[in-house]
Design a protein around this ligand. Sequence first.
Ligand code: SAH
Length: 256
Amino acid sequence: MGILNTDQQAVLDRIRIVMVNTSHPGNIGAAARAMKNMGVRRLVLVDPATALGDEGYRRSAGAEDILNEAVVVKTLAAGVAGCAWVAGTSARLRSMQWPLYLPRECAQIASENTVPGDVAIVFGRERVGLTNAELELCNALLHIPTDPDYSSLNVAAAVQIVCYELRLAQLGKALPSASSSKKHRDDVPANSEAMQGMYQHLYQMLDEVKFFGTHNPEIVMRRLKGLFNRARTTVHEVAILRGIFSAAQGKKTRRS
Ligand code: SAH
């Protein structure tokens, strides 16, 4: 029981566990162990507070390979570069525009998005979680349903639950039919860089046409990002949107 075939393992190999600015190396080690137990192997460390040291390796209990192969980057944007879908985890239910999912739902969506690109599940700082700016790089929020009076899990425990669901989603999955994976072959969800580029362009255009006026640009942009995330905007749609923005800016587009 629990054995994955190569296609199922290939899906897990496109999933990155991203830990942001983790303070305790022991938590990184414990997360690596949790990942390895579930066959999730790609760890990304964004600006870890301290070096892994003995404590990190000790708590990994034999998952040194995950730690040794972990990719260390400075910013979350670098950590999620090339991802088709990014979920940010949160202990709090923030009243935001991000679609909110259970780990099980996220595992399902994650599995579907490993066709167009990598998927990242992002975990926050032990004390303060993820910032709003970091959440803006995410397409959705993942919340592990807990007792609301005591909702904050240890970060490595949260990694364990999510990785378990990621494995379960693969174990329970029938092999993808050729038709379902080919249906959108020529139009796949836009990746993280394409979306950030589109948002910058949208912002410039709205600024140039003096849309913001008395509205707070940050709030407007956050709401619009929520809209595009819900829609799972594709590469072709981003191209059309950018053409529209250029037209609104009075720039020549290919159509004109
Ligand atoms: N006060 C912080 C708690 C951070 S706990 C906050 O409200 O976000 C450290 C990290 O563990 C979180 O950033 C998240 O990645 C993960 N985590 C803890 N509890 C969680 C929960 N109930 N659901 C999802 N992730 C959780």
